[in-house]
Design a protein. Sequence first.
Length: 197
Amino acid sequence: MVPVAPTLATLHAVMVRCTRCPLATSRTRVVPGEGPANARVMLVGEAPGEAEDRAGRPFVGTSGRLLDQMLAAAGLTRPEVFIANVVRCRPPGNRPPRAAELRACADWLRQELRLVDPDVVVPLGRFALHHFLPGAKLRELRERALTLEVAGRDRLLIPLLHPAAVLRARDPAERTRYEAEFRALGERLRALHQRAR
């Protein structure tokens, strides 16, 4: 269990020294979540890739560039959202995270959720979705808005594909659909904001 941290800075200072799983021996850098401590939206990906491992920041490679474009389609900017991954160190060769690695990192994400306290959580891909809904099928829940208790309170959970899956898609219509999903996300956020006034 990770010690409870009073702030994101404290949590991340502990996180960057993590040795809870074998990824600690192969990583270049731990990749903490990034964004404002009061973000209304948290996006959660799978694990750092090569560019993120070098930079120590989430979504800075090719997938990150696509994510930035999709955030713009939603009317959002990166400085407005909190971005994290379920696994904080790069698995060798960008392989999928193993169960032990997911378990070792689960507390980091739980604490970031507690500290940021977002209204909306967007799991990007199946590994992120399984953190919140083990065994759920992304193809069945993609873009659906679900109310789910996360970190002690109800939040809106809106599962979407991971940007890397869109980049690998053979069908060019997949990117168009992805952009439409982010536009719909932006509309939902604006509607939530209006209701909160």
